[in-house]
Design a protein around this ligand. Structure first.
Ligand code: PGA
Length: 252
């Protein structure tokens, strides 16, 4: 079975509601004719509702950037999976390196969030990736193995079929330094092999996105790699024209 290509824009802490609506309004027209790609945008919590409404009836799907693991309760500042579902959100990014770096996210909390997201019927995008010093000291595979084993603890093969993995080398995020297509493909292949040893044949169906300075100029050669099934995009997703060009180049 050919895997679907999924390209998601991670807007991080950018865009007011008005700006978010404008961006989606432009984007949906620009990607309307692109069949081969699932297009997702992940705005801030405050813009989610407006973006779901603005994207309605188009091919643009909406994701959140995080979710809490509890159903409800005394968790000041947090948002539950059912709250996201209620407003029509379909995807959620989990364990982004910025959350790991600045907000104490661990593989254990990623795993808790993941279970809550799956229970609510959200499609999780689980981020993994090594730091520069890991790559330079030859630890990339060990770091990824730990993140995958611990982040995906107690997940069944059936659930794995609904999980997207985003491989984002931390040294490539927002730096303009992209992994070469060959380097990224080698790591994606390693991730798929690891998923195969953990979950069996379903690994062949798992979408593995690349993230880290992906843009219109390099999306084609990255997504052309056998094990790269799309992207998680930061900077280049903040402008409709550049995001649409990236999406079109990824499949042409
Ligand atoms: P970038 O960010 O495309 O700006 O490098 C990617 C990400 O953090 O998901």
């Amino acid at each position: 079975m050919a895997r679907k290509i999924i390209i998601a824009g991670n807007w991080k802490m950018n865009k007011t509601i008005a700006e978010a609506k404008e961006l989606v309004g432009e984007l949906k027209g620009l990607v309307a004719a692109v069949d081969a790609v699932e297009v997702v945008v992940c705005p801030t919590f405050t813009s989610l509702n407006a973006v779901v409404e603005a994207a309605a009836g188009s091919k643009v799907k909406v994701g959140a950037q995080n979710v809490h693991w509890a159903e409800s309760g005394a968790f000041t500042g947090e948002i539950s999976a059912d709250m996201l579902k209620e407003i029509g959100v379909e995807y959620v990014i989990l364990g982004h390196s910025e959350r790991r770096q600045y907000f104490g996210e661990t593989d254990a909390t990623v795993n808790q969030r993941l279970k809550a997201a799956l229970t609510a019927g959200l499609k999780p995008i689980v981020c993994v990736g090594e730091m520069l010093e890991d790559r330079e000291s030859g630890m990339t595979e060990q770091v990824l193995l730990t993140q995958l084993e611990n982040g995906l603890t107690d997940i069944t093969a059936e659930q794995m079929a609904n999980i997207v993995i985003a491989y984002e080398p931390v040294w490539a995020i927002g730096t303009g330094k992209t992994a070469t297509p060959e380097m990224a493909e080698e790591t994606h292949r390693y991730i798929r092999c690891t998923l195969k040893s953990l979950f069996g044949e379903v690994a062949e169906d798992v979408v593995i996105q690349y993230g880290g300075s992906m843009k219109a100029a390099n999306s084609g050669e990255l997504v052309a790699q056998k094990n790269i099934d799309g992207g998680l995009i930061g900077g280049a997703a903040l402008e409709a024209e550049s995001f649409a060009a990236l999406i079109k180049n990824a499949v042409n």
